[in-house]
Design a binder for this molecule. Sequence first.
Ligand code: NAD
Length: 451
Amino acid sequence: MTDRCSQPHSAESGAAQDLRASVSRQFDIAASRIPTLKRGLVDFLRHPKRAIALCFPVEMNDGSVRTFHGYRVVHNTAKGPGKGGLRYHPDVTMDEVIALATLMTWKCALIDVPFGGAKGGVICDTKALEESELRRITRRFIHELGDNIGPHTDVPAPDMYTNEQTMAWVYDTYAQEHPGRNNLPVVTGKPIDMGGSLGRSDATGLGTFFAAERLVMLGAVPGLSSMQGAAVAVQGFGNVATAAARAFQSAGARIVAVSDSQGGIFSEEGLDLDAVAAFKREHGTVVGVPNTRSLTNEDLITVECDILVPAAMGGQIHAGNADGVQARLVVEGANGPVTPEADAILARRGVTVLPDILANAGGVCVSYYEWVQNNENEQWDLEDVNRKMKRKMERAVDAVLARQRRLNLEAEATGTGDTADRPGLADLRTAAIVLSVERIADITLKRGIWP
Ligand code: NAD
């Protein structure tokens, strides 16, 4: 094991800085389209409400002791408690966590659930750790966070390289330290038999499909009128990517490419997802599935397809490769996979981008349903969960399209639509952030700035 697994980067890593800069830039573009927004509120929304950096020791299985670094950020609580995932990755930084918490604020407002935005992370490489070590890292991190998380203050959930087992440890640690009350709503994404919601594990991926389907059905993607026979390339083969791939395939699309951290695979006729999953279980990667062509993750972005679903990492579509994207629609399953420079290039080329805060909001939507069920000590049927989530995703898509139309009418009327790097119309991301920011600003002012 290397030190890199547990040490904070001395200077924030380039990727994390880029994500924070991207999220700020997206916000600036949206804020410039809301002239009525008070300048003081713009400044307030640019910063996290609370950012915690922790350092804690963990005893490893070989008897050594290692120091780990973790972060938890609450960006905004105007609409309710903080809500957001917990990421375990060697490249986690405070900048990245702040950026992701900010996206959660926009996402919760957009999908209209009563939460604010939060995010957390621990610098570690889960592939180099035993399960018992991960359990001790999780327990100690949650213990250190203490009452900074709670059912009505800040509610974690899974993200990259954390899963329902991690959430079970989060719950158990918090419950051990808060006996005698219902602690289930302190965390979502739990196993079903300990308060998890049916449908949560597939919710993010399934939601990306519901949003994309609505957009296509409404004729909002030039050159794409149906999912039937559409060629779909998916970056990633984790939680979001696999559920998305299966949902697109069930609607008649062909999944022509998937990938993981080691590379990708391509098949013109469409991949057999069960066979790919079985191969990955046996070999630890999708690369090498029989009768497929190997790709790099960089190749996957520019592969021939109708729909591209980046569902792994941030910053994957950038100024260097956006010109090569062949898809008509990019569906951001991951958080922050398209940089602002790439947004501008794709917009100019007529490629529609379904932004992360809309495309992957199905996860936090069903996390909210889990939280409601936990508070009520109920368990809803899978059909009810999926039906409700689909409706919320469709409403959010409709609202963003309506706001986009109004933004463009406003720009036409005032002659303010064009900027140097984004000529012409407001894209869906700008419309989505505008809508979210307006909702949060409205609530903040209705509540009244305290005191
Ligand atoms: P996961 O850990 O289940 O999967 C991550 C995937 O990324 C894996 O397939 C992994 O092999 C791949 N990967 C890792 N490094 C890579 C690299 N360098 N190049 C290409 N692929 C790489 O994580 P997840 O929960 O599916 O999350 C994926 C993305 O979706 C993240 O950006 C996350 O923030 C976002 N997201 C997740 C949820 C959720 O509910 N899980 C909700 C909203 C957004």
